[in-house]
Design a binder for this molecule. Structure first.
Ligand code: 76R
Length: 248
């Protein structure tokens, strides 16, 4: 048996994709629509507060294309917190005019392929800030799930640790060349959802998502071992932008 990678795990993560039921929204009176928005904005204020206290984080983006209309990406200390959050949202008036489009459950993950030391990682502020990240407010977000292949000769999980480490080094180098342009959050979902990882990328220039993902496709880890699910791309929402989006 080859040596399993060790992971450090941080906040739990739920990506909750929704459609807007425009017909239902249009059938509400303007007072009902306004109060639905105000109720939702009170929720956003609560999430902002939790984020300020560093007890969790969230991202809110409008999705381009027909896979969904918007997404919440929530980070919380436990799965129970996430469950309570989605239930609380589901009880709102706004949720009544949404239809679930897709969801993804995972946990923020760092693996030990690169850099390991004897110190307690939880005492390292750089590691802590990556395991418990405050999500950026970049203009764009990209999300997709992925697996590492287990197919005949191309079985990631049968490779010795030393070889995987070598391959991940090259992956990390490509990633680092996008420093300042893209922030990535890798969340592990083995045992939680249909794929092994969720990849969430944040950036102000959406074209850089394409360039990074494309460049990685030529790198052995992705070229040989990467398998990918559906991609979602979104643009930042704020209260103001959401009000504009919902205006009739
Ligand atoms: O944690 C680190 O920064 C160390 C280096 C590193 C690891 C261990 C790293 C760096 N990644 C790691 C692990 Mn990554 N990453 C992806 C994708 O589309 C594709 O082809 C793959 C999707 C992107 C775009 C990306 C970006 N990475 C992983 C893992 C877990 C592997 C395992 O355990 O087997 C996956 C699934 C994965 C996938 N990676 C980086 C990036 C970027 C931008 C970096 C540089 C980060 C930085 O140094 O700031």
């Amino acid at each position: 048996m080859s040596e399993a990678a060790q992971t450090l795990d941080g906040w739990y993560c739920l990506h909750d994709f929704r459609f807007i039921d425009w017909k239902a929204w249009k059938s509400l009176s303007s007072d009902e629509r306004e109060s639905a928005l105000q109720e939702f904005y009170a929720f956003l204020n609560e999430w902002d507060l939790i984020q300020k206290e560093k007890k969790g984080s969230y991202a809110f983006y409008s999705i381009i294309g027909q896979k969904a209309d918007f997404v919440f990406m929530w980070l919380r200390p436990t799965l129970d917190d996430l469950n309570a959050l989605e239930t609380a949202f589901n009880k709102t008036k706004l949720a009544e005019v949404t239809i679930p489009a897709h969801s993804y459950v995972s946990v923020v993950e760092l693996s030990n392929y690169l850099g390991q030391s004897d110190e307690d990682p939880m005492e390292n502020p750089r590691i802590k800030s990556r395991l418990f990240p405050i999500l950026p407010r970049t203009q764009y977000l990209c999300f997709y799930p992925m697996d590492k292949r287990r197919d005949g000769e191309d079985n990631w999980y049968m490779l010795p640790m030393s070889e995987r480490r070598e391959l991940m080094k090259s992956h990390g180098l490509i990633g680092r060349s996008y420093a300042g342009k893209i922030k990535q959050i890798i969340t592990g979902s083995v045992g939680f959802d249909d794929w092994e990882w969720g990849v969430t990328l944040f950036g102000d220039d959406a074209l850089q998502f394409k360039k990074l993902v494309y460049e990685m496709r030529f790198d052995e880890v992705s070229a040989r071992y990467g398998e990918f699910g559906s991609f979602f791309v979104g643009t930042l929402l704020s209260k103001e932008r959401f009000s504009q989006m919902m205006a009739l």
